[in-house]
Ligand binder design. Structure first.
Ligand code: SF4
Length: 166
């Protein structure tokens, strides 16, 4: 159908979350981990095992999209330190074109926390190596270093239990 609705099943990795899960405590997941094409390059980081989540229904969120950034977008890095420093105002987030996107990253992080509080969600599964979601490592000048992204640090500070996924 020309000009019609895009095919719902564009990706081979789409699956339905099985019945019964909605009766259990939900968990926030980095949306790219469950096949949402929200990464900077317009792709995902699909992980089949994250869909299972030990019986918890995943609620996919992408803090960078929630913060108002487009997809695809120019990749960004935290200037120094990590998410903690961005939240303290002593570091910023800059994309590879030199544009300061700190406010977008902060907005996205606080939107995720707001949604979690609204629905009393206390666990999150986050994609590592992201300046937003990274829970153990982030990139600095293209190299991996130890550190947390902005959203990961905010959620951790708020007492959210975080599972980090590669
Ligand atoms: S911000 Fe998080 S959810 Fe969004 S693409 Fe990056 S790692 Fe995935």
């Amino acid at each position: 159908m020309q000009g019609g609705v895009r095919s719902f099943n564009r990706d081979n990795n789409q699956r339905r979350v099985t019945g019964g899960l909605l009766n259990r405590d939900p968990v926030i997941v980095s949306a790219c981990l469950v096949g949402v094409n929200c990464r900077y390059d317009g792709g995902s980081a699909f992980r089949e095992d994250v869909l299972e989540l030990q019986g918890r229904p995943p609620i996919p969120l992408c803090p960078e999209q929630l913060g108002g950034l487009p997809t695809p977008r120019v990749p960004a890095e935290i200037s120094e330190g990590g998410g903690r420093d961005v939240l303290r105002g002593t570091a910023h987030v800059e994309d590879l074109n030199g544009m300061d996107v700190t406010e977008r990253f902060l907005n996205g992080a606080y939107e995720v926390l707001k949604i979690m509080r609204l629905f009393d969600i206390r666990k999150a599964v986050l994609k590592d190596k992201s300046p937003s979601c990274g829970g153990k490592q982030i990139y600095r000048k293209g190299r991996l270093i130890e550190g947390m992204g902005v959203t990961a640090f905010l959620l951790n500070s708020a007492g959210i239990k975080i599972k980090v996924v590669e």
